[in-house]
Design a protein around this ligand. Structure first.
Ligand code: ADP
Length: 414
């Protein structure tokens, strides 16, 4: 099939944040990317649109005020139209939206109806930063192409298979249920994609392998995936739980928050900001970019070295924990900005775990590549892999499969 084929095969993927929209246009006939871009600082005087056509032509950058998401998407549409890829094209099959929180109801991509929108709105209290921005993005896209299927792909969906004993916190059940407090997990689109690609790399079907996925970006999370199904993940009610991240603390004794309130006199909002924005690597050493931290360590910086050690210690604890959860592990897969690029992190994370069958080969680990690859020596019982994530491709694939199947409500009611 080519792009001139009458069957619509293009999917626009939108990732709407509170002041930004990232987008990609893909042709699912051959999974080719046609254009990528982002609009940032929406609502400010200094908004910026960066558009890269991938069918020929140069990257374009526009600066100046873009008032809201509606204006942002209109500007994106105009840029796409200049390359003959306008959103009014009959070639566009659907728009796929990344939606951060789908709660328990959505275990698969779902065609957006008013009922689905109402449920996404109901989840705002558990995702106050993300779901409102996602809702705005969907409403804007709907007004632009009301005739087109809009599909929600949820960050939480892949984790809805977690058993109750992994998903529940050990707190009073009535209180937890009344306020929907449980572990939901995030980065699900990435964990789903990377666990599947890892199986492919091993020449196996996902149902045949157990994988520990380490998604290490600025946000970071681990998951234990048994036979293609998530059985545990490190993020919880919100993305704050789990690994040490760029600016988030990850696991912490909840009593620290009472202490900060009672003894340090901090407000709930101040504590929220401290743990989400001023903790993790940035809180420990002032930097959250792993490249900078490694550079400082090479110069003998003790604070950077301690931050790195704390980061690695937590990572190892999760590898060990998920090894125990899975019983048998076929592969550990590193992904996202740090996981794909930081060889020292990968090496340090498995050093000392030889008895568990884990090791990396120094030379293979040092190779820089965009391709999925194994970095463990041949003798290792557990494969260690670097598998670049591609959340946009996964969202487009799920969106296209759903609209082609015509099964609009496949995820609802789970
Ligand atoms: P997110 O999507 O969570 O914003 P990414 O997956 O893009 O994050 O990861 C961003 C992080 O990846 C940066 O903060 C940096 O620490 C790390 N990173 C990116 N490139 C490199 C590199 N070449 N070496 C080491 N770390 C890198």
């Amino acid at each position: 099939m080519t792009s001139t084929d009458p069957t619509p095969s293009r999917v626009l993927v939108l990732n709407s944040g509170s002041s930004s929209v990232k987008y990609q246009l893909l042709d699912m006939a051959d999974s080719a990317r046609l254009a990528v871009g982002l609009v940032e600082r929406i609502g400010e005087e200094t908004s910026r649109l960066v558009h890269t056509p991938l069918t020929g032509g140069d990257k374009r950058e526009l600066t100046g005020p873009i008032a809201d998401h509606g204006a942002a998407l209109k500007a994106v549409s105009e840029e796409l139209a200049k390359d003959g890829l306008g959103l009014d094209s009959p070639q566009l099959a659907a728009i796929g939206h990344r939606v951060v929180h789908g709660g328990l109801k959505f275990s698969a991509p779902t065609v957006i109806t008013e009922e689905v929108m109402a449920e996404i709105e109901r989840l705002v209290p558990v995702a106050p930063l993300h779901n409102p921005a996602n809702i705005t993005g969907i409403r804007t896209a709907q007004s632009l192409r009301p005739d087109l299927p809009q599909v929600a792909v949820f960050d939480t969906a892949f984790h809805t298979t977690m058993p109750e004993h992994a998903a529940r916190y050990a707190i009073d059940v009535e209180t937890a249920d009344a306020h929907r407090i449980r572990r939901y997990g995030f980065h699900g689109t990435s964990h789903a994609y990377v666990s599947r690609e890892t199986a492919k790399l091993l020449g196996k079907d996902p149902s045949e392998v157990n994988v520990i996925v380490l998604h290490l970006g600025n946000g970071a999370s681990a998951s234990a995936v048994r036979g293609g199904m998530c059985v545990d993940t490190s993020m919880g009610l919100t993305p704050l739980e789990g690994l040490v991240m760029g600016t988030r603390s990850g696991d912490i004794d909840p009593a620290v928050t009472f202490h900060l309130e009672r003894v340090a006199g901090m407000s709930t909002d101040e504590i929220d900001t401290l743990l989400n924005k001023k903790s993790g690597l940035v809180g420990l050493c002032g930097d959250n970019d792993m490249r900078e931290i490694r550079r400082r360590i090479d110069e003998g910086d003790q604070r950077a070295a301690l931050a790195f050690d704390i980061y690695i210690h937590r990572l190892k604890k999760y590898i060990g924990a998920y090894y125990a959860v899975l019983g048998k592990v076929d592969a550990v897969a590193f992904t996202a900005g740090v996981g794909e690029n930081a060889a020292p992190v990968r090496e340090a994370a498995v050093t000392g775990l030889e008895e568990l069958g884990l090791a990396v080969d120094g030379e293979l680990n040092a190779v820089r590549s965009d391709a999925p690859r194994l970095i463990s020596p041949e003798y290792a019982r557990v494969a260690v892999a670097v598998v670049p994530t591609d959340e946009e491709l996964e969202i487009a694939t799920q969106t296209y499969a759903l609209v082609r199947s015509g099964d609009g409500a496949s995820g609802a009611g789970a």
